[in-house]
Write a protein that binds this ligand. Structure first.
Ligand SMILES: C[S@@+](CC[C@H](N)C(=O)[O-])C[C@H]1O[C@@H](n2cnc3c(N)ncnc32)[C@H](O)[C@@H]1O
Length: 519
């Protein structure tokens, strides 16, 4: 029997954080395989469109201010699988081209802790055209320590004071994933919650995800008067917690705040933070809060303390936007740490339109319902929801069977809209490390819709991308596409290929006969 070991740590120094780093650094982009670390909610085309609108509003505001020549840097922290960056850049370029108005130039810099992610993005085919246009760069950036950015594509660095425009920071599922302090407020005093970890004897042999599961955390309180000293950098917010809270556990984002301070140094003109997380900006949510529970998904996440970030930055002149209604799954905020933030009307209007009125959290709540009820939807509801979600591949994958079952009763106009949707989806499809054969789903549906030219294109993409032996039925469908397109030779080739793999394939045999007779 293995003996348990017990050790005591400050919360922000507990081994959970090293395991978190190791988890992401070892797995790189594989961390998002099987949706182990969730990415859909923070990276889908709908949230990316909302971010692109806010960034576009910000570019308009800068242009309106006459700041048109210097490049605006959009810096994403913890960019993970890279899907958000791809969709944001795509939508932002669409807005820029559609509006055709004077704007400052921009570049997007994706950053993360693991160098493996930087390499993965660099080699990702969907990102290539943005790199070639000079719109995209990458850097490894550790939010705990780093003070500058070394860009891998351009080979340049961004250091203190280099940027003339404000820095635009994007941070999704980020502040809940980096170290935080854990404080307890009781009877007007601040305590640190130390962690007593119980580790199984074989702890050192476990993979980070298993080690996180195996670890038992208990908390012990220790008086921490240093937080109450007048010299403590975040004294104001702590004093407010002492006054307003009782018997409450507070995750306190010292690393998050110092990271923002380090990034603030890069620009002479401040920053805008656009961020989404399971994070609370209302003090009420922290009242009588219990000790936090780690939400495990390979790595782990906690709750981000947007209240502290908002409070500290507002005391320094920022204006922050959070929704007036309560969020359910994801809280999206926009904090403008700028001179005269009130003058950024287009940024604020975009927040109002794309987050406050109906935003990513609302969309996700509806998506959860729609996924459960897709078999009851009509084609118009499917098309409307797909459009609302930015012709997202994930929704198509969920609904392809339902669309197929409705085909007999739908109009030519609806067929054309499905076809158009498939094209839109394909042009904004970001392949993740764990591949899904979207081209096959699209090709088979188009085949059923008797759109043979498109079906042929997608089915050929599918069989060429797949290293396994092709499925005879797919080859047969390709043969039919060719036949319908009067490409008899190709039809014959696909039919023969299908029959090599499955000599008794009845439809393929019938087609072979028909083609041979026609020769
Ligand atoms: C939950 S994932 C979120 C990824 C992505 N933003 C998304 O929404 O899907 C947390 C991200 O934070 C990154 N991360 C963790 N610790 C970090 C650190 N110290 N500095 C920079 N990034 C870090 C991880 O590598 C990972 O990409």
């Amino acid at each position: 029997m293995l003996e348990n070991r017990q050790q005591r740590f400050r919360f922000s120094e507990a081994p959970i954080w090293d395991l978190q780093r190791t988890y992401f650094e070892e797995l790189g982009m594989k961390a998002w395989n099987n949706d182990q670390v969730p990415q859909y909610i923070t990276s889908n085309p709908m949230i990316a469109t909302a971010y692109a609108e806010m960034i576009f509003g910000f570019l308009q505001d800068r242009a309106g201010n006459g700041d048109i020549s210097e490049t605006v840097t959009i810096l994403e922290l913890g960019a993970g699988a890279g899907r958000l960056a791809f969709h944001v850049l795509q939508k932002l370029c669409e807005l820029r081209d559609y509006a055709d108005i004077p704007l400052p130039p921009f570049r997007y810099v994706m950053t993360d802790l693991p160098f493996k992610n930087v390499e993965g993005w660099h080699n990702h085919p969907a990102l290539l055209s943005f790199i070639q246009q000079g719109l995209l760069d990458f850097a490894r950036f550790d939010a705990v320590h780093d003070t500058e950015l070394n860009l891998v594509v351009s080979g340049t660095s961004i250091r203190k004071g280099d940027l003339k425009q404000p820095l635009l920071i994007v941070a999704n599922y980020f502040f809940d994933s980096i170290p935080q302090e854990l404080l307890y407020v009781g009877e007007g005093q601040i305590f640190e919650c130390d962690v007593l970890t119980e580790l199984p004897g074989n702890f050192d042999q476990l993979k980070p995800s298993d080690a996180l599961k195996a670890m038992v955390l208990n908390y012990e309180y220790r008086r921490a008067p240093e937080y109450e000293a007048a010299t403590y950098p975040y004294r104001d917010v702590i004093a407010m917690y002492q006054q307003e809270l009782e018997d409450s556990h507070i995750l306190f984002p010292v690393v998050g705040l110092t990271c923002l301070e380090r990034l603030n140094q890069l620009s002479e003109a401040g920053f805008v933070l656009i961020t989404a997380d399971k994070g609370d900006h209302r003090l009420d949510n922290w009242k009588f809060a219990e000790p936090p529970e780690l939400i495990l998904h390979g790595s782990f996440s906690l709750t981000a303390n947007y209240h502290a970030i908002q409070y500290v930055l507002e005391r320094r002149g920022a204006q922050s936007l959070f929704t007036t209604h309560h969020y359910k799954n994801i809280n999206v905020g926009c904090i403008c740490m700028l001179d005269n933030p009130n003058s950024y009307a287009n940024t604020r209007l975009a927040y109002r339109r794309c987050i406050e009125r109906f935003g990513p959290d609302d969309f996700f709540s509806m998506k959860e319902w729609v996924d459960q009820h897709v078999d009851t939807l009509g084609i118009q509801q499917i098309l409307a929801f797909w459009r609302l979600g930015g012709y997202d591949a994930e929704f198509f994958i969920q609904s392809a069977k339902r669309i197929s079952s409705l085909l007999l009763d739908i109009s030519d106009e609806e067929l054309a809209d499905i076809q158009n949707g498939i094209h839109m989806m394909w042009s904004s499809y970001y392949v993740l490390e764990q591949r899904y054969d979207l081209a096959l789903d699209a090709g088979l549906l188009l085949f059923e819709m008797e759109m043979y030219e498109d079906a042929k294109r997608f089915l050929e993409i599918s069989i060429h991308a797949d290293e396994d032996e092709p499925v005879p039925t797919v080859l047969y469908c390709l043969a039919i596409c060719c036949y319908e397109l009067e490409l008899e030779e190709e039809a014959m080739e696909y039919t023969r290929e299908a029959l090599v793999i499955e000599p008794d394939h009845e439809e393929a045999l019938a087609l072979l006969n028909a083609l041979s007779e026609a020769e």
